[in-house]
Design a protein around this ligand. Structure first.
Ligand code: DSN
Length: 454
């Protein structure tokens, strides 16, 4: 059957087909990615994208919004159920992304110049929690070697959070690469932030929300838990929830939650009203109703027993992947993981994060290079590699397949070892010529065929 797009714009149609084939025939191990159900995609591609609906339920600046109101009410109700919300908490589903959700919280709760205490970005925090980079490699190395568990910023403010507010960041413990709550408390008492944030992109362990809330309480700060990565694990009952402990919880909806692209903010009722006003008129115009429709459908799927199994299997798969990688003699940051990804410390391997991610991409395994604790290397060429299991688990893969993946990753490192002195470009030329890399890509494709994405 010919689709309308195929008829009217064959070029874009072909690109979509090519991208779908790429996703089907390779293993996406980027932990922030997932594959949505056809129902979520149908909702996202629906007529809701035509409608303007600035404002909140029952109080919009546009006519014709009754059905959008119904949709948003349903999405909010489903979010309340998915995250076991207390009656005194409210929900916003209008933020366009995780970064916008976080900015809306700052706009609602802080004044420009206020101090935010968040996790050090190279240890696994998030850019939207504030970041100023130190471009001078010597100064960077000196800072890392100082062993200090607090980072007050480099000379280059790289994002709006660091331009508007004063980010101070806590690092992980040098011995364990995990949170050192005593140090976080000392830093909080010294710098007196108005807001403490946990969460981010590359911290593989459980965070003790009660301990952080207790620290925030001591200094009269708000506590915001950003659970963008863990949202699906929490909704599936496989991971501890900050709801009812933190003052605000933010998340994206397209990672483990598998609900289309967007964000959800949960907060105590008085705060959510301020946050609603920070979203509009503070930051955004009309909400993306089609994405809210996707979120709504995804949350409906997350309420089903199959999603609980999915969330539990993600954790089992990651644990199996961690064990298998260690059996292949890879070193893992924190020696393992409690959630949906692992971070491989490649600092003692012949090939580091960026080139290794490219080698694996040619072998059909899509990952991303990452910074890691106590690594002075720059973010564009760091020592670690982040590998997640949400998409593999969506495919129906289990522990056995994780062992196979770990074996391919070791094989790829062995194949690449002789190229360790080459520049990135020359190394890639060798990878492209390599029959051994092609062989792994073929085996990956065969495995993908056995576990198609529906
Ligand atoms: N870009 C996301 C990630 O990969 O973790 C976070 O925003």
């Amino acid at each position: 059957m010919t689709t309308p797009l195929q008829k009217t714009d064959a070029k874009v149609f072909r690109l979509i087909q090519k991208e779908e084939k790429r996703q089907q025939e390779t293993l996406s191990m980027i932990p922030s990615e997932n594959w949505f159900s056809p129902s979520v995609r149908e909702a996202v591609g629906s007529v809701f994208s035509h409608k303007y609906a600035e404002g909140n339920i029952g109080s919009r600046y546009y006519e014709g919004t009754d059905i959008v109101d119904e949709l948003e009410t349903l999405a909010i109700d489903r979010a309340k159920k998915a995250f076991n919300l207390l009656r005194s908490w409210g929900v916003n589903v209008q933020a366009l992304s995780g970064s916008s959700a976080n900015l809306a919280v700052y706009l609602a709760l802080l004044q420009p110049g206020d101090t935010i205490l968040a996790m050090y970005l190279p240890d696994g925090g998030h850019l939207s929690h504030g970041w100023s980079f130190e471009p001078d490699a010597k100064k960077r190395e000196k800072e890392v070697k100082s062993g200090l568990l607090v980072y007050t910023g480099g000379s280059k403010k790289v994002n709006i959070t660091s331009l508007l507010y004063n980010p101070v960041q806590y690092k992980t413990d040098p011995d364990t690469s995990q949170f050192n709550y005593k140090e976080i408390e000392k830093i909080a008492l010294k710098y007196k932030p108005k807001l403490i944030i946990t969460g981010g992109t590359a911290y593989p362990r459980i965070i003790n929300h009660r301990k952080i809330k207790a620290i925030a309480k001591k200094i009269g700060a708000f506590y915001m838990a950003d659970v963008a990565h863990e949202a699906g694990l929490i909704a599936g009952g496989a991971f501890p929830s900050p709801v009812g402990i933190a003052d605000v919880v933010t998340m994206t909806t397209h990672k483990t939650l598998r609900s289309g692209r967007g964000a959800i903010i949960l907060a105590k009722q008085d705060l959510i009203e301020k946050i609603n006003r920070a979203i509009l008129p503070g930051l955004q115009g009309g909400p993306h109703n089609h994405n809210i429709a996707g979120i709504c459908v995804g949350l409906g799927e997350a309420a089903k027993p199959a999603f609980k199994k999915y969330a539990a299997q993600i954790i089992k798969n990651t644990s199996a992947l961690a064990d298998a990688l260690k059996a292949q003699e890879f070193k893992l940051v924190t020696d393992g993981s409690d959630k949906h990804f692992v971070l491989i410390d490649l600092s003692q391997e012949p090939i580091l994060g960026r080139p290794f991610a490219r080698i694996l991409a040619h072998a059909g395994i899509t990952t991303n290079y990452s910074t890691m604790p106590w690594d002075a290397r720059p973010p564009r060429n760091p020592s670690a590699l982040r590998l997640g299991t949400p998409v593999l688990t969506t495919r129906g893969m289990k522990e056995k397949e994780m062992a196979q993946v770990a074996q391919w990753i070791r094989e790829a490192m062995n194949i690449a070892e002789p190229w360790k002195e080459l520049s990135f470009e020359k190394l890639e030329q060798e990878v492209i010529k390599s029959k051994d890399v092609k062989q792994i890509a073929k085996e990956v494709k065969d495995l993908c065929k056995k576990f198609p994405l529906h």
